[in-house]
Design a protein around this ligand. Sequence first.
Ligand code: KG4
Ligand code: ZN
Length: 337
Amino acid sequence: MQHITILGIESSCDETSASVIRDGRVLSNFIANQSIHEKYGGVVPELASRAHQSNIVPVVKMALEQARVNLDEIDAIAYTAGPGLIGALMVGSSFAKGLSISLNKPLIEAHHMKAHVLAHFIKEENKPMPTLPFLCLTVSGGHTQIVLVEQPLDQKVIGTTVDDAAGEAFDKAAKILGLPYPGGPLIDKYAEGGDPQRFSFPISDIPDLDFSFSGLKTAVLYFVRDHVKVNPNFVSENLNDICASVQHTIVETLMRKFEKAMDETGVKSVGIAGGVSANSLLRKRMLALCDKGCEVFVPKFEFCTDNAAMIAIYGHYMYEEQRFGRLNTAPKARMEY
Ligand code: KG4
Ligand code: ZN
């Protein structure tokens, strides 16, 4: 049997990652995080690009070594062409193009957000693939989307945020609370043991299947400002309850709209994707949909936040259709779905 072996490269934000996938199964998925951004309270694009430059060669080398695959066994190189930080994307795209020329192997341009969804289509032992159509809630630092997946490469966004993304809402709330970037995982951690009903924040309800999170950020800002005036230690004394209440508000906002989308489409094969899908409450709420007769897919943690395995599986499906990229394509910060 002819194998399909894809090298995936991801560099859209603050993770440099490379992965080798053979016939849809992960042989390696190596991720280098960039801790440099922590002290700045967010990703600094210029620093991200420089870190990608330092990391890209060792990361690809590690991925190939872990997979025990030589460069000449690779059938195609898939890289993130967008959306993302332009300087960061250029590092991965230039590297992928150089490799493609030197190996004389085809290039594949991957759409970062579609790739997050495709993480569910990675083959794993004892894990079924989602039945199609599949309804996916993609929640990351830059996007919040409800996606109707007819086929792995045929995806349609049926709901989106009109302002901040869910991950951004977590990170901005965390910043107001004095927590370092990225604050999402820390809110999740401190929420454990906290009372989610102690403080109440607005749950936005805008028309259709869209989301809005900017009101929450303002509500948290005023809430902290007003309480700190009275008690300067208010945040540290109530951190668990504040985090639990913020987390509850974000997850409730997401789930109300997602359940509306399930009702409207009638789709019962459902899942979550993107960095925020690592959130413990969101995972719990999603898994609870099993009780409503749904087939629920919650990704492994390594496939939630940015990783190259999702880029390589995107490459796998594109390779099957022989849909290759071109050497003169420039990566795009914004990219149509
Ligand atoms: O998909 P991703 O790695 O990068 C983007 O494409 O944006 O998502 C990163 C986002 C950040 O906003 C981060 O705070 C959030 O995912 N995140 C979480 C958790 N883990 C990561 N948010 C809430 N709870 C978590 N456990
Ligand atoms: Zn992402």
